[in-house]
Design a protein around this ligand. Structure first.
Ligand code: DAH
Length: 339
């Protein structure tokens, strides 16, 4: 038994010396000192010893245990220290490493153009109004003199949420909402997104931007419309810009017109941007139809007004010479970084 105890001690000390990680040390503790360990099983056999032998072997067993325990403690401390130092070394922050670059976003060309348009109208005393993009058929069509079977509906086919709810095809419904809520004088613009069920190509997008304008007061005439929109064109494109009005038809204005401006690339000479004509179509406009005023509870015998609507994407494309509307909606940084 004595030899066996010495063997256990030597084996334990030798194996502990080779241990490299704390889990190995723990395994050795269990193996030699644990309840089912080697030393414990020797001590269990002590019952069979003679009365003289028992205290001697008992003493030796205690010494062996003490020695193994001391070694365990020593090895554990060394390994724990080593592991701690390794952890610290691994977690060290390299303050010489270059930082991550913070890229700051840019304004979208649509946003930039909208802002300059808004600034011009604000300087003329217009307010800015907002309307929902999911709109009642009533506001988007009916109240604007576009009943169910009107041909203008096929030009402005859209996404129907249900029979009475559509994605608005124009910002014109904001005219109705504002006239219902406010009493004249009204002088507002309303920029925003509109939707049409158009197939995507270089000049069509199912989503695009418009900016509506509406002025209602006593004694408003076509001269006010012309003066306001001509001033806008000059502020937007420069003093040399000339404008002309062509008769047109919109169901919610009477008379209606489209306004062209002299091409700001060639000043009217004729170039690629204006397709050789010297003129660029900027917007639709007209005197608010008396029926539309009546639809909103405004007496056309007392009040009159004018309205206009821009395609903002078109303005952006003309301004920057962009030949494909898709570029405005694809979020391609190679394109956007140019502004
Ligand atoms: N809403 C028309 C469109 O989308 C544009 C328009 C034309 C707006 C004439 C107006 C207007 O306010 O008076 O084609």
């Amino acid at each position: 038994m004595k030899e066996k105890l010495v063997e256990i001690k030597e084996a334990a000390l030798a194996e502990l010396k080779n241990a490299k990680i704390s889990s190995e040390v723990e395994n050795l503790r269990v193996k030699f000192l644990g309840k089912k360990g080697e030393l414990t099983s020797i001590l269990r056999g002590m019952g069979g010893l003679s009365a003289e032998e028992r205290p001697l072997i008992g003493k030796l067993a205690n010494e062996v245990r003490a020695e193994i325990e001391a070694k365990l403690e020593e090895v554990t401390k060394v390994i724990k220290d080593k592991e701690k130092n390794e952890k610290i070394a691994n977690e060290v922050i390299d303050i010489t490493m270059p930082g991550k670059k913070n890229t700051i976003g840019k304004r979208h060309p649509l946003d930039l153009t909208l802002e300059s348009m808004k600034e011009i109208f604000i300087s003329m005393g217009f307010t800015i109004e907002d309307g929902p993009e999911v709109e009642l058929d009533h506001y988007n069509f009916e109240a604007l003199n576009i009943p169910k079977n009107h041909p203008a509906r096929s030009e402005q086919d859209t996404f129907y949420v249900n029979d009475s709810l559509v994605l608005r095809t124009q910002t014109s419904p904001v005219q109705i909402r504002v006239m219902e809520k406010q009493t004249p004088p009204i002088k507002m613009i309303s920029p925003g997104k509109v939707y049409r069920s158009d197939a995507v190509d270089a000049t069509h997008s199912p989503i695009f931007y418009q900016m509506e304008g509406l002025v209602i007061d006593k004694g408003i005439t076509f001269a006010d419309l012309k003066g306001t929109l001509e001033l806008f064109a000059k502020k937007m494109f420069g003093d040399k810009v000339q404008t002309k009005f062509r008769p047109h038809h919109f169901p919610f204005t009477e008379p209606s017109a489209e306004m062209d401006a002299t091409c700001f690339v060639c000043q009217g000479e004729g170039c690629r941007v204006c397709k050789g004509s010297g003129w660029i179509e900027l917007l639709g406009c007209g005197m608010v139809h008396p029926q539309v005023l009546r639809n909103c509870g405004i007496d056309p015998e007392v009040y009159s007004g004018f309205a206009f609507g821009f395609g903002v994407d078109r303005m952006v494309m003309l301004k920057y010479g962009i030949d494909d509307i898709r570029l405005l909606y694809e979020s391609d940084m190679r394109f956007l970084n140019q502004f």
